[in-house]
Design a binder for this molecule. Sequence first.
Ligand SMILES: [Fe+2]
Length: 276
Amino acid sequence: MTTAMNPQIEQPTQPMAMSDVNVTDLVEKATIQAESIGEVSPSDLAHCLEEYTFCRITGLVKQADIRAARKRLADQFTAENDHPVIGEDASMVSTNFQKLAIGHRRASGNYWPRFARIIYNPIMAPDIYGLREAFVRTAQIRNLCMGQPVDFAVSGVDDGMWTCSRIHHYPAGGGFMSLHRDVVAPSVVSENGIAGGFYQPLVLLTQKGEDFDTGGGVAEIDGHVVEYEDYANMGDIVVYNDMTQHGVNDIDPHKLYQQDSLAGRMGGLVTLFKKR
Ligand SMILES: [Fe+2]
């Protein structure tokens, strides 16, 4: 098969912000400022996502809390806890559990290679890093987007669903996730009768310019694929839906990858999983 015939190879892995777009303005328009979850209007969220396929919520998660949690994470981290890419028992993801996420990933016709580590820290498991507050806020944003009660599946199992909160760590030295649209989690949501649709919020746990220099999260905003972490900060929650292309551009490829290091970029996710 030639390259020209293979759409997987043609897929861009390093999209650049379009030069004719003022990305600062674009991200600013897609931003909601709030100090508490009660200040977030579900209709404002819905409007933002409909208009831009992306929304940034700033002010809900405090940077000081994240810095403290990152310190606790660093104190407990060891690469010896890394598990292989596949093969874990399904029940492990509902515990504090660490694995590598490397390789070509294919599911339901989608294809998204990645090079990352996943540190599962579910809301139902012990809060060993002090990230509970940040995960709860992020899950509440997910619920508002989906038209669910604000505390749906936040602290336990509701309607057979629970929150698989976890850290995605993209290591310095080339951590990445290629551009894709989510297909698995949206089907879990639709199969379980959540009519409001699928939304994937994540809380930024690192700061571009401090924790890593190049690369970072990319998403399609109003039709333009942009490296949004140039215009966002640690503690911001960003949301996209199943129509939004997103990924992570190579993190600090000028550095040497080290498995025993947490250097690089981290985001916290709160995907709804179905209870088995
Ligand atoms: Fe995704």
